[in-house]
Design a binder for this molecule. Structure first.
Ligand code: YNC
Ligand code: MG
Length: 388
């Protein structure tokens, strides 16, 4: 039973397989005169705040809340450690609303104890582009769990999103809720196998020694594709064209314009890295690959405290085989001292995961839409969307 989610405009478990239900919005927009103008009530002693993430002290507080209380793996060995630079980037895309960066404080001590965010995004579903919010960074302090604060956080962000005339949302979670539009899996490619084994991220395979394992994951010192270089501002038109064409084949994907690509894909040191292949002959940009940087705190290890992870973001191959492009991405990540390269089985990623020695992770990442019904759940390969 989902006491909260049963009340929300999302596909319900009991509707699965009911092909008579139409695709599209589940409920119509509320007339603006009927929109709730005041915030939802919080338990006594707590207050809402709107976070100015560009303010250093505020960013520090959010960083600390998440670093200590955000997502962990099932065995509580690792916890996401989004950097401050990453948070500033993730929360301030073109057209963002400060009012969608929501915190909860203890009234007396002013301690930040909960957080949720939304950022605007145009997401295409089949042939319709929908203005949506992407919800992320929902976090309730460890000590305040299971008190039904999360539903209040979700209702408040929904209210504030509605005030901007937006009625649909996209989000991902490790937990199963009503009802995933797709269920994806993370795959991991060891770059620094010794450290990954030492910290318990991976295990030595059967009949494998450490030295054989290191040899197995060894990569060339330098990339192999002629013309591979960092993406620059001047590449924006070409990269946008490549991405738009590539993403058009998926059922659900972002509708990126040049200003979105500039924000989401232009390299930001230690946040997002993008590479293009510029043909040495024609100087045409023919391929593109990117990853973002999301370290994890290693909980309770004597020798290491941070796992440096790269996450595959958007990749487009037209001339360079995707396998070779991604192998170069691995080489770049290795050069930059990442310990592991992660990728979901979305888009065409399955075509290179096994061959490039990625191994399947445990646990799933479920993708959701709010107030938008799809008739059937999608295969991961039908999804063209990566959320942070
Ligand atoms: C979750 N991750 O099922 P029912 S992902 C959504 N997303 O409701 P309580 C979640 N709902 O089942 P706690 C959820 N996790 O009774 C739990 N729920 O109907 C539901 N963890 O609330 C749950 N961050 O406050 C149940 O639970 C109800 O104290 C229970 O708080 C949950 O950012 C949480 O994993 C996750 O900080 C805050 O466990 C807490 O446990 C925590 O009693 C560690 O809540 C960090 C963590 C989640 C990362 C993420 C995406 C969130 C999407 C939220 C939904 C957005 C909907 C669209 C809104 C805009 C609409 C428009 C227009
Ligand atoms: Mg709670």
């Amino acid at each position: 039973r989902h006491k909260f989610w049963e009340t929300q405009p999302v596909g319900q478990f009991k509707e699965i397989g009911d092909t008579s239900l139409p695709e599209g919005p589940i409920e119509p927009p509320t007339p603006s005169s009927e929109l709730k103008q005041e915030p939802y009530n919080l338990p006594n002693h707590y207050e809402w705040i709107t976070c100015d993430i560009s303010c250093e002290e505020m960013c520090d507080e959010v960083f600390n809340l998440l670093a200590n209380n955000y997502v962990e793996d099932d065995e509580n060995m690792f916890r996401f450690n989004y950097s401050k630079e990453f948070l500033c980037w993730a929360l301030q895309p073109p057209g963002y609303f400060k009012s969608w960066h929501i915190g909860v404080r203890v009234k007396i001590s002013k301690k930040l104890v909960a957080f949720i965010t939304g950022v605007p995004a145009r997401i295409r579903v089949r042939d319709e582009v929908v203005n949506m919010v992407e919800i992320n960074f929902l976090c309730v302090h460890n000590k305040l769990r299971s008190k039904r604060l999360a539903p209040v956080m979700i209702k408040e962000v929904t209210r504030r999103v509605h005030l901007e005339n937006i009625w649909q949302a996209a989000y991902t979670a490790g937990v199963v809720l009503p009802t995933p539009m797709a269920s994806c899996q993370y795959w991991h490619r060891s770059l620094n196998p010794k450290k990954l084994i030492d910290v318990g991220f991976s295990r030595l395979g059967a009949r494998m020694t450490m030295s054989r394992t290191i040899k197995l994951y060894k990569l060339p010192e330098s990339t192999v594709t002629p013309g591979l270089r960092k993406m620059e501002l001047r590449d924006l038109p070409a990269v946008t064209r490549l991405l738009r064409t590539y993403l058009s084949q998926f059922v659900v994907a972002p509708d990126f314009h040049e200003n979105d690509v500039e924000h989401w894909l232009l390299t930001k040191e230690n946040v997002v890295d993008s590479y293009v292949v510029e043909s040495p002959e024609t100087h045409e940009v023919t391929d593109f690959c990117s990853f973002y940087t999301l370290p994890s705190t290693i909980l309770g290890n004597q020798n290491y405290s941070i796992l440096k992870a790269a996450y595959s973001y958007y990749n487009v191959s037209t001339k360079t085989p995707l396998l070779q492009l991604m192998n170069d991405a691995l080489i770049v990540a290795k050069q930059k001292d990442y310990d592991v390269f992660n990728a979901l089985d979305v888009m065409q990623n399955e075509s290179f995961l096994k061959e490039l020695k990625f191994g399947p992770g445990d646990g799933k990442l479920h993708y959701y839409l709010y107030n938008y019904r799809l008739r059937y759940p999608l295969k991961p390969s039908e999804l063209g969307l990566v959320l942070l």
